[in-house]
Design a protein. Structure first.
Length: 79
């Protein structure tokens, strides 16, 4: 019954419009090289946000090289 009602996150005070969570998934857009891959990924998440998800967990970016999905795939780095 509370799925579509707002919720305040206690530590941050952030209020989510609803309790719908889009879980992490690998889209394959992270491996596209160049600006178009990032633009497509931004469009993908923007569409989901417009669809009404209260919170979106992004996926497909490795925390380090050991977590790569493919060689040269998206990963966090210090640069």
């Amino acid at each position: 019954p509370k799925t579509f009602s707002p919720i305040r996150l206690p530590q941050s005070g952030l209020v989510l419009e609803n309790r719908v969570l889009m879980g992490s998934m690998h889209t394959g857009l992270e491996e596209k090289h160049g600006k178009n891959g990032l633009d497509e990924m931004a469009t993908f998440y923007a569409e989901r946000a417009r669809g009404g998800a209260g919170i979106i967990v992004t996926g497909g970016v490795a925390p380090n090289r050991a977590g790569w999905v493919l060689p040269m795939a998206g990963k966090l780095n210090k640069k």
